[in-house]
Structures are given as structure tokens and as C-alpha cells.
Write a protein that binds this ligand. Structure first.
Ligand SMILES: *[C@@H]1O[C@H](CO)[C@@H](O)[C@H](O)[C@H]1NC(C)=O
Ligand SMILES: *[C@@H]1O[C@H](CO)[C@@H](O)[C@H](O)[C@H]1NC(C)=O
Ligand SMILES: *[C@@H]1O[C@H](CO)[C@@H](O)[C@H](O)[C@H]1NC(C)=O
Ligand SMILES: *[C@@H]1O[C@H](CO)[C@@H](O)[C@H](O)[C@H]1NC(C)=O
Ligand SMILES: *[C@@H]1O[C@H](CO)[C@@H](O)[C@H](O)[C@H]1NC(C)=O
Length: 238
């Protein structure tokens, strides 16, 4: 009988200490990554932007310090194409800053699995058990009704979205606040439907008929596109 009040007190203490422990995590998570001068861009590459087929980019396109942009037309860039000029170099520099800021974030969850497929994510900074991460199938990004919610997936090597993968947003999650940050290359498989800013330190290869609402930044490599639909996200609310 006397165990009851003892256990209740212990539980209250546990609840109190876990809420205290949770505070620094929330504080560190609150640094919002901002794409700033790169917001109007759909495609940015450090060396070259190579397109094949009927790619449609709603937004700007650019390279810096490389100056090679090929395959436009048949590709279309609705905004400005900036080959190693001021807007292109501002976009590249902004992508690098966003990449570095993302990598400096304190992770809020260490995932047990390298595959995001089939999982649902609240806002947070996520790491993976190995060097690579992938998306096979659907990942659900849950905004929890907070329009400022931000998701950062920190990948130490490559990120690979398999063919027909999909990022599904619910409860007010905004594509402009989703970041896939790969320290090496990123690959998006055929007909995948992505939502988010894909920042890779090296190359990014996007396969036929894949789409993205968000930017592709291939920071120090080539961005290879093939009949893709890309929509920049300059008007993020909050
Ligand atoms: C991109 O295109 C340029 C110009 O055609 C070419 O020199 C370069 O090898 C291509 N890069 C890749 C990775 O395909
Ligand atoms: C990923 O890189 C970070 C920072 O360098 C390191 O702390 C972490 O242990 C690495 N993760 C894996 C799975 O190697
Ligand atoms: C993935 O999402 C799409 C669109 O929301 C849906 O039609 C499809 O059934 C989902 N696939 C799986 C495996 O859940
Ligand atoms: C180009 O992508 C669209 C989807 O956006 C697809 O319907 C079409 O078949 C693709 N074209 C080719 C030549 O594969
Ligand atoms: C990657 O690109 C950035 C910005 O263009 C540059 O400052 C950095 O030196 C590059 N890193 C490598 C390893 O080339």
C-alpha cells in the first residue's frame, strides 16, 4: 500500500526531469535554416547544370563557380539562368551557408533505420545509423499544425530516393521547411514526387519524370536533370 504514493512521487520526478532534459533540444532545434537569396531558385550547381529532355523549372537556375548550363532548351527555366554571375553565385553561397548551418544543428533524434519509407516525422533534426540514407516508398512529413515546423535529415554520405518515392505533407507541413542534407551525392529515382530542399555537397542526379517542390543544390558538383518538374518555393509562410 505505501508503495502507491512513493511510485506517484517518483513518476512526477521522472516527468519533471525529462521535461528539463528536453529543453536544450528544443532550444537548439529553433535555429531556422533560411534559403534567403536562393529561395527563387529551383536548380543550383557548383560545377554544371546538365539537362536532358522536357524539364520544366518554375523559378531561377544557376551555377557558380562553374558556368556550364546545358540542355535548356529543350529544358525550360521560367526565371533567370545565371551562369557564374552575381545571382547564381549568391544562390550558391546561400546554399553553402544553409548546408553548413544544417550540419551544425544538434540532432533531436537518431533514427534506427537508414530508410525513411513508411515513416512519419514530426519537426526535428534527424540522423541515421550508417553513412547513407534512402527513401523507398512514401515518407510522411507531419506539420503538427505549426507552419514554422522544420525537418532536417542529416546524411553523412549519400541520399537515394528510389523510383516512385514520395514525400507526403500533412497537418500544415511546408515543403520549404524540409531539408535533405547529404555530405556526398544525392539521387532521385524515376517518377519520384519529392517535396523539400535537397542539398548535396557533391553531385545530384534526378531521373526521368521525377518532380520536386523545392530546390536542388549540388554544391560542388553537377546537377543532372532528365525531364523533371521543379517548382521553387519562394513564398513560404512563416
Ligand atoms: C555536363 O555537360 C558538360 C557540357 O556538355 C560536360 O562537359 C560534362 O561532362 C557534363 N557533366 C556530366 C556529369 O555529365
Ligand atoms: C555523421 O557525422 C557526424 C559529424 O561528423 C558524426 O558525429 C556522426 O557520428 C556520423 N554518423 C555516422 C553514422 O557515422
Ligand atoms: C503514397 O502516397 C500516394 C499519394 O498520397 C498514395 O496514392 C499511395 O498509395 C501511397 N503509397 C503507399 C505505399 O502508401
Ligand atoms: C516526362 O515526364 C512526364 C511526367 O512529368 C511523363 O509523363 C513523360 O512520359 C516523361 N517523358 C518521357 C519521354 O519519358
Ligand atoms: C564547395 O563550394 C564552396 C562554394 O562554392 C566552396 O567555398 C568550397 O571550397 C567548395 N569545396 C570544395 C571541397 O571544393
Amino acid at each position: 500500500m505505501h508503495f502507491t504514493p512513493f511510485s506517484t512521487g517518483k513518476l512526477a520526478l521522472l516527468a519533471l526531469s525529462s521535461s528539463i532534459l528536453a529543453q536544450p533540444t528544443v532550444e537548439k532545434r529553433s535555429l531556422i535554416i533560411d534559403l534567403d537569396l536562393a529561395k527563387s531558385f529551383g536548380a543550383v550547381a557548383g560545377t554544371s547544370l546538365n539537362n536532358t529532355g522536357a524539364t520544366s523549372i518554375t523559378g531561377d537556375c544557376g551555377t557558380c563557380p562553374g558556368s556550364t548550363i546545358t540542355g535548356f532548351p529543350p529544358g525550360k527555366c521560367s526565371g533567370t539562368s545565371s551562369a557564374n554571375d552575381t545571382p547564381g553565385c549568391n544562390a550558391e553561397a546561400t546554399c553553402i551557408t544553409a548546408y553548413n548551418n544544417a550540419r551544425a544543428q544538434q540532432p533531436t533524434s537518431a533514427l534506427g533505420n537508414a530508410d525513411l519509407g513508411g515513416l512519419t516525422f514530426a519537426p526535428g533534426v534527424y540522423t541515421f545509423p550508417g553513412q547513407d540514407a534512402k527513401l523507398t516508398g512514401n515518407v510522411t512529413i507531419d506539420g503538427k499544425s505549426d507552419p514554422k515546423g522544420q525537418w532536417i535529415f542529416l546524411i553523412n554520405n549519400t541520399f537515394t530516393a528510389a523510383a516512385n518515392s514520395r514525400v507526403v505533407t500533412i497537418n500544415g507541413a511546408q515543403a520549404c521547411h524540409i531539408y535533405f542534407v547529404a555530405a556526398e551525392a544525392a539521387t532521385v529515382g524515376e517518377a519520384s514526387v519529392m517535396q523539400g530542399n535537397i542539398l548535396a555537397y557533391n553531385t545530384i542526379t534526378v531521373s526521368n519524370a521525377a518532380s520536386n517542390q523545392g530546390i536542388f543544390c549540388a554544391l560542388n558538383g553537377t546537377l543532372t536533370l532528365n525531364n523533371n518538374s521543379i517548382t521553387a518555393q519562394p513564398n513560404c509562410t512563416s
